[in-house]
Design a protein around this ligand. Structure first.
Ligand code: SF4
Length: 240
């Protein structure tokens, strides 16, 4: 399959390269068609630092679900000021949000998994699809140790649904390595990390974890079945 061949080729290019060099290579292969999405967590801030510090011409994008923590907007603001760079913000379709909230109320996601996935689809997955449309490679801060589901992924993948490559530069990094990089490089970070929040998403669906818990245990903590994902990173975009 063509995608497999290209995946192999890209894998060979990746071997031995620094993260910065590999992203530069992607940009030279597909100028203007590489996007990095950030939600301003520790991992994303490491990648943002690498991209902005080295002036790598990658589009940096964030999704505003409308339900983010104030601390997340704060680190967004600190980041664009620190690096003097632009981060493009994408919003959900207002008709979809208005209908969902009018029909089901502002906390429908607590009522059922179906409602939760509907909200994630409207506020995250559909806007993300808009971001990724026509792109050749999507870079994100996923790490293998974040969850069992993510541990089954690979540093470089091909998304058949979206017809693009996915590159997770920090896939094999430990949490300690990420934290060390942030401290040593004085990278702006979400202060919720100091309060036990590890993976930070929307305010009503995220809480702090206790030591030893799965990194994503604080996301949708009331659900006990299936991966702790919004649907953006599932192999198939089927919300299951
Ligand atoms: S994380 Fe919660 S509030 Fe955010 S999009 Fe998903 S269900 Fe909605």
């Amino acid at each position: 399959m063509e995608a497999d061949l290209k995946l192999n080729e890209l894998g060979n290019i990746l071997r031995g390269k620094t993260i910065e060099d590999f992203i530069e290579t992607l940009v030279s292969l597909w100028p203007g068609e590489i996007v990095f999405t950030t939600s301003f967590g520790f991992e994303d801030q490491v990648l943002t630092h690498k991209v902005f510090k080295n002036n790598i011409p990658v589009e940096v994008v964030t999704l505003d679900t409308g339900r983010l923590f104030p601390e997340t907007y704060k680190v967004f603001s600190e980041t664009i000021k620190r690096y003097n760079k632009k981060i493009n913000m994408f919003f959900p379709d207002h008709d979809d949000v208005e209908k969902m909230v009018s029909d089901k109320g502002p906390f429908s996601f607590y009522d059922s998994k179906e409602n939760r996935l509907e909200c994630c689809r409207i506020r995250k997955v559909i806007p993300l699809d808009r971001v990724l449309k026509g792109k050749k490679c999507w870079i994100s801060g996923i790490r293998a140790e974040q969850s069992e589901n993510r541990g089954k992924m690979a540093e470089l993948e091909y998304d058949e649904d979206r017809k693009l490559f996915k590159y997770y530069p920090l896939f094999l990094w430990s949490f300690e390595e990420v934290e060390k990089f942030i401290r040593e490089n004085n990278v702006p970070y979400n202060k919720l990390h100091d309060k036990g929040y590890v993976s930070i998403g929307c305010e009503p669906c995220t809480r702090a974890i206790i030591k030893g818990q799965d990194f994503r245990a604080g996301r949708w903590w009331w659900e006990n079945d299936g991966p702790k994902e919004c649907g953006c990173h599932l192999k198939s975009k089927v919300e299951s």
